[in-house]
Write a protein that binds this ligand. Structure first.
Ligand code: GAR
Length: 204
């Protein structure tokens, strides 16, 4: 079994897409071992509980400097991949070193546009609309020390329409996120990913 931990901070629609992909059989021999939230009131926790998945809350406010260390203590030796699905805290230290190339994040833009510190959720879509881009999308990437800077695993594009608001664009991009994240997990679980510097190579 390929064991995954999903880290969340909010609504958890991306978590739901992973749960559903396991239920439908798109993800085979994959199990979500833990859902960890840095916020006690994240709706994602309800989704996890409904699916019978172990949940854990490690409050960001109570563990400002030690959050990654606390997560590492729980996950050390217990999972093959860590998935950040709308997780808004920074991953650092031993967790990052020991899970090198085994932590992925989903970001709601085409990196390197509209990403980095402070760029999350609706802010990303607002920035894309304000800039006037014609295409946006989502990116699954490896997690490194710098925010949103790791090598890209895969991207999906979405056309930006003249009448789009940040909310409508977010909605259409989420549809693609819900395909991209399970697809990336599938590639890792089938051992089809190798990393050469900034390049993620996907085996046929
Ligand atoms: C998603 O759009 C995700 O890409 C974004 O937060 C949302 C979480 O939604 N993540 C970031 O902006 C990270 N920089 P969800 O809780 O419904 O999955």
């Amino acid at each position: 079994m390929f064991k995954v931990a999903v880290l969340v901070s909010g609504g958890g629609s991306n978590l739901q897409s992973i749960i559903d992909s396991i239920s439908t059989g798109y993800l085979k021999d994959v199990s979500i071992e833990y859902v960890i939230s840095d916020k006690g009131d994240a709706f994602a926790l309800e989704r996890a509980k409904n699916a019978g998945i172990k949940t854990l809350v490690i409050e960001r406010n109570a563990h400002k400097q030690t959050l990654s260390e606390e997560i590492y203590k729980v996950l050390k030796g217990n999972v093959d991949l860590i998935v950040l699905a709308g997780f808004l805290s920074i991953i650092k230290g031993t967790l990052l070193e020991e899970f090198k190339n085994k932590i992925i994040n989903i970001h709601p833009s085409l990196i390197p546009s509209f990403c980095g510190k402070g760029m999350y959720g609706l802010k990303v879509h607002e920035a894309a609309i304000n800039y006037g881009v014609k295409v946006s999308g989502c990116t699954v990437h490896l997690v490194e020390e710098d925010t949103d800077a790791g090598a890209i695993v895969l991207q999906r594009t979405v056309e930006v329409l003249a009448e789009d608001t940040k909310e409508t664009l977010q909605k259409r991009i989420l549809v693609e996120e819900h395909k991209a994240l399970p697809e990336a997990i599938k590639l890792f679980s089938e051992n089809k990913i190798s990393v050469a510097g900034r390049h993620v190579i996907v085996k046929e």
